[in-house]
Design a protein around this ligand. Structure first.
Ligand code: PXL
Length: 275
């Protein structure tokens, strides 16, 4: 069985970060070890959330694994609590890396804005972490913050190509840019930095936004890829799963505002990876 470690916070309530990564990746038949980087009462869209960083645990956990000779097929990072925590995570990746795919979701912003806990210095540090990744999974807002590009809601193709070219200068190998509109279609652009080539996957856009769907996408992508699917197939599986999660959540009365009903759609996901 493939084994990954995912490094991100645990928001005790809120359906994001580790509380979606663990169930999704496990359901896909991949072992998921974790390094919880902070404990929050909820995700940061709730007012008055508590947050305790676990900075002092990150290196000792890694060192213990090194002593035990534990190896990982993948390292997947998500929401991180501070600039200094990003630096710690980079040092940990260097220690653990041994034929390991490094996948970075720079979860820090959406809809043109940084999440409440961050200031302008944060994307600069996140850009460095993206620079050591094999695959990064930004949305357009995150791509703009990391490349110093103006965020636009309406744009043409050149804006997207300019964005991925600037991202490729960070040093990553492949970019999976989410939430892209091209020729009136909505979807994901996969950019190969070495080959300067791209592919797209367009899918249905359900006109409601939910929190945590980026984490659902990244987790399903990591599970599919580690389960042996190609990058393109993993993007399709992750995107279709997110659409299914949003559809179920939007249709169901009494769904929570703070996240999608990803649990109900797990059988859909498992069926998809068997195909
Ligand atoms: O879904 C990304 C995420 C993860 N963790 C925390 C968050 C967010 C988004 O707001 O606040 C704590």
């Amino acid at each position: 069985m493939k084994r990954i470690v995912t490094i991100q916070d645990i928001s005790c309530l809120g359906k994001c970060s580790l509380t979606v990564a663990l169930p999704i990746i496990s359901a896909m038949g991949v072992e998921a070890a974790i390094i919880p980087t902070a404990v929050l009462s909820t995700h940061t869209m709730f007012k008055g959330f508590t947050c305790k960083d676990l900075d002092d645990q990150i290196v000792p956990i890694t060192d213990h694994w090194k002593e035990q000779n534990i190896k990982f097929d993948g390292i997947y990072t998500g929401y991180l609590a501070s600039e200094s925590q990003i630096q710690t995570v980079m040092s940990v990746i260097e220690k653990l890396k041994d034929n390991t795919a490094v996948i970075v979701d720079p979860a820090m912003a959406d809809n043109g804005k940084l999440y409440p806990a961050f200031n302008e210095a944060f994307p600069k540090e996140m850009a460095k972490l993206c620079g050591i990744a094999d695959i990064i999974l930004p949305n357009i807002t995150e791509a703009c913050f990391m490349t110093g590009t103006e965020y636009k809601e309406k744009y043409d193709e050149n804006y997207i190509f300019d964005l991925v070219k600037k991202l490729s200068q960070l040093g990553c190998k492949k970019i999976i840019l989410k939430g892209v509109v091209m020729h009136g279609s909505y979807g994901v652009l996969i950019y190969d930095c070495a080959e300067n080539s791209y592919k797209t996957y367009f899918h249905e856009r359900i006109p409601v936004g939910y929190h945590g769907t980026g984490d659902v996408f990244s987790s399903a992508f990591v599970g599919a890829m580690m389960g042996g699917k190609s990058i393109e197939e993993s993007v399709k599986i992750a995107a279709d799963y997110v659409v299914e999660c949003i559809r179920i959540t939007a249709e169901r009365e009494g769904s929570n505002w703070y996240g999608v009903d990803f649990e109900t759609a797990i059988p859909f996901l498992v069926d998809r990876i068997r195909k």
